[in-house]
Design a protein around this ligand. Structure first.
Ligand code: 48H
Length: 259
């Protein structure tokens, strides 16, 4: 007779590996479950693409949870409202053109929306390298985040992808790997990472969207990673640009996959 202990353990192990096996080879692999990565994940999954999101932290949501200085409210501007409506996240009008959002509702709403649309979110999984074959970024090298954190000498596994989105926020980790390890010339003014500029809110909000693009074959960047790559300004606790960047990334990637 099967014990409850055996059933529960079999359910979790079986279902997890079923999910992992179904995402060993995907259309789009997204690194980072912050706001830009989660909007891109939802949009691409809604378009019928096979999407996996790899997030180093235990709780997906990136820099949203803490609002600003741990005050858990963020601001969005009116052009990003349709995206929040898609995720059923509520907003409150503040002054003309600006709305506030409870950051806990925003983070959880983005995670739930991406997941419900069909994107698989693998939390506590860190991306430590890229696959680079035939002059293109062709996948990700992944490991358990605690293994990376503890500096354990454990070999990783590999996810292959038709497109990779760097949504790692300020450090632009995947773009940095592509430049450093594969020696690629990326589509920026200098051909390499230009570095994030100091805060200038209006400029940063606009450049987050402008800088969202394909940087080399197989690799796109969104959110703060896009700003770091192309030398955009930071903007602080306003999130419209991040949401719009995720939407733009999804549409560019889908177009690239369908071409
Ligand atoms: C797995 C990784 C890895 C890795 C990082 O920072 P994020 O919230 O990302 P964005 O760009 O969508 O949003 C930026 C926004 O939160 C922000 O920081 C703003 C608006 N700042 C303005 C300012 O002036 O400071 O999320 C990135 C996610 C995080 O959850 C990381 O844990 C994760 O990516 N991540 N996951 N493997 N190698 N690197």
């Amino acid at each position: 007779m099967t014990t409850m202990e055996e059933t529960i353990t079999r359910a979790i192990v079986g279902r997890y590996f079923e999910k992992l096996k179904a995402h060993l080879s995907v259309d789009v692999a997204i690194v980072g479950a912050g706001p830009s990565g989660l909007v891109a994940a939802r949009d691409l999954a809604t378009m019928g693409k096979r999407v996996a999101v790899f997030e180093r932290a235990l709780a997906p949501g990136g820099g949203v949870w803490g609002g600003a200085m741990l005050m858990n409210e963020v601001v969005v501007q009116s052009d990003a409202l349709p995206i929040l409506e898609d995720f059923h996240v509520r907003t409150r009008p503040f002054e003309v053109g600006y709305f506030t959002v409870d950051s806990v509702e925003l983070a959880s709403g983005l995670v739930f929306g991406a997941s419900q649309a069909g994107a698989a979110v693998f939390n506590a999984v860190a991306v430590e390298d890229i696959v680079f074959r035939e002059d293109r970024v062709a996948g990700l090298v992944v490991n358990w985040a605690p293994v990376q954190k503890m500096g354990m000498h454990v070999d990783p596994l590999v996810i292959t992808a038709r497109a990779v989105l760097d949504a790692t926020g300020h450090p632009a980790e995947v773009v940095a790997m592509a430049c450093r390890k594969a020696g690629v010339r990326i589509d920026t003014e200098t051909g390499s990472i230009m570095g994030e500029r100091p805060m200038w809110m209006e400029k940063g909000e606009a450049s987050t969207v402008t800088n969202t693009k394909r940087l080399c074959a197989g690799l796109y960047a969104s959110g703060m990673a896009a700003n770091n790559a192309s030398g955009g300004a930071r903007m602080g606790p306003i999130f419209g640009g991040m949401l719009l960047s995720g939407r733009k990334a999804a549409s560019l990637i889908a177009r690239g996959l369908d071409a």
